[in-house]
Design a protein around this ligand. Structure first.
Ligand SMILES: [Zn+2]
Length: 436
């Protein structure tokens, strides 16, 4: 039964992706009107927030009055979890369940979701496979965060790819393990399974690719690497191509919301927003929508979660808006996801900017495993390095000089070697962190 509903939804998504951008936007607004009316009627938080902002939920929504709807911050979501719950969830949305996320700062967010909305998550998982024409009979290896796993070394083998795909297609087996497992051990597990597909955090994929290349190992069956969970690093695609001869397809999601955008099957540089399930806005500091080529804050409205409506939720990411895609899909385009505000550098004149650090700067230094830049003073950067052994002085100064040139600022550098990983508690990795 669930499989039939999912199949029906998939059929709708297959058609809706080709609608014009205007039609998609109009359909979204119609759904948002229902969501907003429901939130105003049954969710204490929104009743108050909308009233305070002068938003009348009974009016029809226009782009103008939509921009009056207040943003829901991460802090509000953390603090007002209970008041954000609907007091009357329509029966047809099915059972509810909780999703917990720790976030990079370690503070937990709990989102209540419905079976109805989960269907969209499953349908989007399937859409991603179909877009990229994956062979469902292949072996899928998935490396998850495992931040709350009791045994970080656990390896689980399954007979299918899981619920989203397995309900509809007969699939090959899958293997799941955690990114907290040491790389040599991850490589061992992968070699024993010889998968067709590898799903991993971009940073983890790079470390694996480097390890395979350094040890002249192969994954002869591998067809594609799929990445998720953190902003893709510039070296991810080249590392996977060099080590395994495969391409990478990335997806943009967050735990609170689910899928936000998926890489276009025709154009590696474009992500298509999953407009049937989420309205993605990218806004500037004045709250105006960004145009193609501009970078702004990501604001999300989950269209089908009627248990805990997330309306204009600011997930703290920054993204660049893209132009309409040549593939012909009307789904809105994001060009790249840049991370959080703390990942922006501060110029010595106080201006903030996004860094562009080509991996060629450090890729020639053998044994350099991880590298992170922490701006701890307006003109100073601490370069944190995890390496088999420290670089010699000449290499160190050539590395910092290269980074200084790429940043285009007269920063002073000092180097600190670390033994433990530079990853955050949730397994994510940030190349640049600004503390000033
Ligand atoms: Zn496209």
């Amino acid at each position: 039964m669930a499989g039939c509903i999912l199949m029906g939804l998939q059929f709708q998504l297959e058609r809706s992706q080709w609608l014009s951008a205007e039609t998609i936007r109009a359909l979204q607004l119609r759904q948002i009107e229902r969501l907003v009316a429901h939130a105003y009627r049954t969710v204490p938080y929104y009743k108050e927030a909308f009233a305070a902002a002068g938003v009348v939920a009974t009016e029809s929504l226009t782009p103008d009055n939509w921009s009056q709807v207040p943003l829901l911050t991460r802090e509000s979501l953390q603090e007002h979890g209970d008041e954000l719950l609907s007091r009357s969830i329509p029966e047809e949305h099915g059972q509810t369940f909780e999703k917990k996320t720790s976030g990079s700062t370690g503070r937990q967010i709990v989102v209540t979701d419905t079976e109805g909305n989960r269907l969209f998550w499953q349908a989007n998982t399937l859409r991603d496979h179909l877009w990229h024409q994956r062979n469902f009979r292949g072996h899928l290896a998935a490396i998850r965060s495992g931040r709350s796993a009791k045994d970080p070394l656990l390896v689980k083998d399954h007979q299918s790819w899981g619920n989203s795909t397995g309900q509809i297609y007969e699939t090959g087996p899958s293997t799941v393990f955690y990114q907290r497992m040491p790389i040599w051990k991850q490589a061992e597990v992968l070699q024993a399974r010889n998968p067709e597909y590898l799903l991993a955090y971009p940073g983890n994929a790079v470390r694996l690719a480097d390890y395979f290349r350094a040890h002249a190992l192969q994954l002869p069956n591998l067809r594609e690497v799929m990445t998720y969970g953190e902003s893709i690093l510039p070296e991810t695609r080249s590392a996977c191509r060099d080590a395994w001869g495969v391409s990478v397809s990335d997806m943009y999601s967050c735990e609170e919301v689910g899928y936000i955008a998926l890489q276009c099957p025709k154009d590696d540089d474009n992500y298509h927003c999953q407009a049937e399930s989420v309205l993605v806005e990218v806004i500037d500091d004045e709250g105006r929508p960004c145009q193609a080529g501009e970078i702004g804050r990501v604001v999300l409205t989950v269209l089908h979660n009627f248990a805990m409506p997330l309306i204009r939720y600011e997930n703290q990411d920054y993204a660049e808006v893209g132009a309409p895609c040549a593939c012909g899909r009307g789904l809105p385009v994001i060009k790249r996801i840049l991370g959080r505000k703390r990942n922006m550098a501060r110029a010595v004149d106080g201006r903030r900017f996004w860094t562009d650090l080509p991996p060629e700067i450090w890729s020639n230094f053998i044994g350099l495993e991880e590298l992170q830049l922490v701006q701890d003073e307006p003109d100073h950067i601490e370069l944190r390095i995890v390496a088999e052994q420290p670089l010699n002085e000449t290499h160190e100064s050539s590395l910092t000089a290269g980074l200084g040139r790429a940043l285009g600022q007269p920063y002073r550098f000092s180097v600190r070697y670390q033994h433990e990983t530079l990853r955050l508690a949730n397994g994510k990795y940030e190349r640049f962190i600004c503390q000033v």
